[in-house]
Design a protein around this ligand. Structure first.
Ligand SMILES: NC(=O)c1ccc[n+]([C@@H]2O[C@H](COP(=O)([O-])OP(=O)(O)OC[C@H]3O[C@@H](n4cnc5c(N)ncnc54)[C@H](O)[C@@H]3O)[C@@H](O)[C@H]2O)c1
Length: 313
């Protein structure tokens, strides 16, 4: 099967590309290398067709989509703080870019688009765990953009005959190839590198806020299932590990795995950040046959090994 992965040079996209190749798919990547890098596709140069291009250009997107059966749309500007600093670019890439992907997929007769949405669409809900039936109430511009984009996906599956979309809401993904150095780096690679180097970790808020940290292989698996599951077009699924961990606990677990002391520096909460996030994954279990296979500790230990020793298991 010929498939397109937008954002295929990014953290999650490049892990998905490897899984698709391993099962024999023909893979094309569309990426502008803004937050992703060619390094993430090292060793795959001969197996993957890379199209360097911008999601905001319909023409570029259309060329990349041509001839594919499934499109995994992961290309986006991630990070809540980035969207707070620059909501306009976040909106253009994350909404308009998604619209371009949907339009091109519709025009090219693609069978299904699988879209990477985010837990940030929920905002601070009064009840946990978070269920897909809850009314979204995003706090950050990033969450607003992801919500608009996922509504376009659902709309397209309703108004265009035989056009299929599936929306996956990822929760705090971590694993090999996640960038530890960017100004907007996610908490897991930041903590691992700081603790390994004996530096204090920076914790925003009191560290008792929780996240449903999800190892990347689980998300990759969810994507493969979402491309083929029957009767799920137009539906939205939470994808996570299905259990909450506080940020303090996360730091302590990494310290224990590395056999290092953990010193925490506390700073005020950042605008746009949520207090608690924890998903009910019952819908994904029932509709996709999804089951998280790698738990937090195993995932963290694999990520440490990759980040610190360059080894992948
Ligand atoms: N990492 C997480 O915890 C998480 C959680 C929820 C949702 N998501 C979503 O999953 C997807 C992948 O995230 P990731 O963590 O791998 O991030 P990433 O930044 O590593 O990957 C995004 C990729 O998109 C590319 N890209 C960005 N803007 C582009 C543009 N204008 N044109 C073409 N390509 C562009 C980047 O170069 C990068 O390779 C994103 O849609 C993100 O919003 C991630």
């Amino acid at each position: 099967m010929k498939v397109l992965v937008t954002g295929g040079a990014g953290f999650i996209g490049s892990n998905l590309v490897r899984a698709l190749l391993a099962r024999g798919d023909e893979v094309r990547v569309l990426d502008n290398f803004s937050t992703g890098s060619r390094r993430n596709l090292d060793g795959l140069e001969r197996d993957v067709e890379v199209v360097e291009g911008e999601l905001r250009s319909y023409e570029r997107v259309h060329n990349a989509v041509r001839g594919t059966e499934v499109v995994y749309h992961l290309g986006a500007l991630g990070s809540v703080p980035r969207s707070v600093q620059d909501p306009l670019t976040s909106s253009a890439v994350n909404i308009e870019g998604t619209l371009n992907v949907q339009l091109a997929a519709r025009d090219e007769g693609v069978r299904r688009v699988v879209f990477a949405s985010s837990s940030s669409v929920y905002g601070n809900q009064p009840e946990l765990p978070l269920r897909e039936t809850m009314a979204p109430d995003p706090v950050s511009p990033y969450g607003v953009a992801k919500l608009a984009a996922e509504r376009y996906c659902v709309s397209f599956s309703r108004v265009y005959h035989s056009f299929e979309t599936v929306v996956l809401r990822y929760f705090n993904v971590f694993g090999p190839r996640q960038d530890p150095t960017s100004q907007y780096a996610a908490v897991v690679p930041r903590f691992i590198t700081a603790i390994a180097e004996g530096r204090p970790v920076t914790v925003y808020d009191d560290g008792e806020q929780s996240r449903d940290f999800t190892y990347v292989d689980n998300v990759v698996r969810a994507n493969l299932l979402a491309a083929d599951a029957e009767g799920v077009s137009g539906r939205i699924f939470n994808i996570s590990a299905g259990s909450p961990t506080s940020v303090n606990e996360l730091a302590d677990t990494i310290g224990r795995l590395l056999g290092r002391p953990v010193e925490k520096t506390y700073l005020p909460p950042r605008p746009g950040d949520l207090r608690n996030s924890w998903a009910d994954i019952g819908e994904a279990r029932a509709g996709l046959g999804y089951e998280p296979q790698i738990g937090l500790e195993e995932g963290l230990s694999r990520t440490c090994e990759y980040l610190l020793n360059g080894k992948e298991r």
